[in-house]
Ligand binder design. Structure first.
Ligand code: GDP
Length: 432
């Protein structure tokens, strides 16, 4: 759902406006220091269009460092919202604090709808008109308390919403781009040959140079996959020195252009440093990840048991990645790569709606609060998924969340929402 955030300095009537929009008293909260609401996002609708309404009013209740607090609030709204409703008290007029919010909003380039609130007295219209000065376009005169003008305000909000739902951007048209990576001799070129032979290779696509095609389109399952930099796999440049460095440059260039990476490892040999480094490159590049264990035909029972242990020990940090045991030689389970890539790309593109995410974190944190550190207990005030491909979450917190707690949150996120095959990023915005 698109997100509409209500921002403004304290006491301009944000919560009253939120209540007015929601048509109930759900958002009422006293400005009591230390009181935090666990729900700041609400799902609602206007004129048949559903959206998430974000109330930043109760987000930062302790009254400390007001200027910083207001800027942060605006920053949070900007990070999250598709449209911002900026509420100004038209009786008081624009203050310095309001101006500082205007600067943040303007820098962001997000659409802003200006609400001139408390227009209920005799000089109301004139007061509202004075807010043209803010340079944010037409001030919409409202009285959150009495309900006046809120319908027109919401019409303006709907006009400012992006036409297509956010999800539409995540549906990529055309072939998905795959990087087949791995250290030398794990069988990349063999696997590519097997894929191209048993399936249909559509050669000579886009980024080809005059000398040789850089990429290959291969039909797997019922659609085309765009394997990037297959020339690098096939050409097999073997330099005596610096080969590993060269290979790593090549890998990183391929990852830049890919959405999903198949990291091929040789199952018949112990996992090497270089294998682990390549896996880390994929994670750091934020690409969807599939692990493929090749040369499965060579495995005996002893090695198989070793391998399980090795995976438990060395690949715990990517236990979310789908694993496929293949043999490029025999073609074993090569078709499973497609399912695994689909899964990973799904996870990579998943978006959790803001209201759902905050409800989830509310429950998780209530059941498992962060440990108290130095007499303080950091809390999560608000969470938002800032991006997909890969999923990136921003947590607005009252203190530093230690690594073990962040890992716990990531684990719970994965249990709740999937995210198989994708790295996810959790970052914090801390308000000390
Ligand atoms: P690349 O450097 O990653 O492209 O690896 P290659 O495709 O050149 O393969 C290296 C060696 O491993 C070759 O001798 C292949 O024949 C062999 N190989 C590749 N895949 C398999 C497999 O699934 N099983 C077995 N037994 N050998 C394989």
């Amino acid at each position: 759902l698109p997100v509409v955030a209500v921002v403004g300095r304290p006491n301009v009537g944000k919560s009253t406006l939120v209540n007015r929009i929601l048509g109930r008293r759900a958002a009422v909260v006293e400005d009591v220091p230390g009181v935090t609401r666990d729900r700041v996002a609400y799902e609602t609708a206007w004129a048949g269009r559903a959206f998430t309404l974000l109330d930043t009013g109760g987000w930062n209740p302790d009254a400390q460092g007001m200027a910083a607090r207001i800027t942060e609030q605006a920053e949070m709204a900007v990070a999250t919202a598709d449209v911002v409703i900026f509420v100004v008290d038209s009786v008081v007029g624009a203050t310095d604090a309001d101006e500082s919010v205007v600067r943040v909003l303007r820098r962001s380039g997000k659409p802003v709808v200006l609400a001139a609130n408390k227009v209920d007295g005799p000089s109301g219209e004139a007061d509202a008109a004075a807010l043209w000065n803010l340079g944010l376009g037409e001030p919409h005169a409202v009285s959150a308390l009495h309900g006046r003008g809120s319908g027109d305000l919401l019409d303006a909000v709907l006009d400012a919403l992006p036409d297509a739902p956010q999800e539409a951007f995540d549906e990529e048209e055309g072939p998905r781009r795959v990087a087949l990576v791995g250290r030398p001799n794990v069988g990349k070129s063999s696997l590519l040959n097997t894929l191209a032979r048993e399936n249909r290779a559509v050669v000579d696509p886009v980024a080809g140079t005059t000398v040789d095609p850089v990429d290959e389109l291969i039909v797997l399952g019922d659609r085309e996959w765009w394997f990037v930099d297959t020339a690098g796999i096939r050409r097999r440049v073997r330099e005596a020195s610096g080969a590993e460095y060269y290979a790593s440059l090549r890998t990183s260039a391929a990852l830049d252009r890919a959405e999903v990476a198949i990291v091929l490892v040789d199952a018949s040999e112990p996992l090497s440093e270089q294998d682990l480094r390549i896996i880390s490159m994929v994670v750091d590049a934020g690409r969807a990840l599939v692990l493929a264990y090749n040369k499965w035909d060579l495995l005996d029972d002893e090695r198989r048991i070793m391998l399980e242990r090795e995976i438990d020990r060395q690949l715990k940090h990517v236990s979310w990645a789908p694993r496929v045991n293949v043999s490029a030689l025999t073609g074993r389970r090569v078709d499973r790569l497609v399912t695994a890539m689909d899964t990973a790309l799904d996870g990579w593109s998943t978006r959790v709606p803001t209201a759902k995410l905050n409800a989830f974190f509310g429950d998780v944190v209530a059941a498992h609060p962060h440990p108290v550190r130095g007499g303080k207990q950091p809390r999560i005030m608000f969470a938002t998924q800032a991006d997909t491909r890969p999923p990136r979450f921003v947590l607005f917190t009252t203190g530093f969340l230690e690594a073990s707690y962040r890992r716990f949150l990531e684990r719970r996120l994965r249990e709740e929402f999937g995210f198989d095959g994708t790295p996810i990023e959790l970052s914090m915005r801390i308000r000390e």
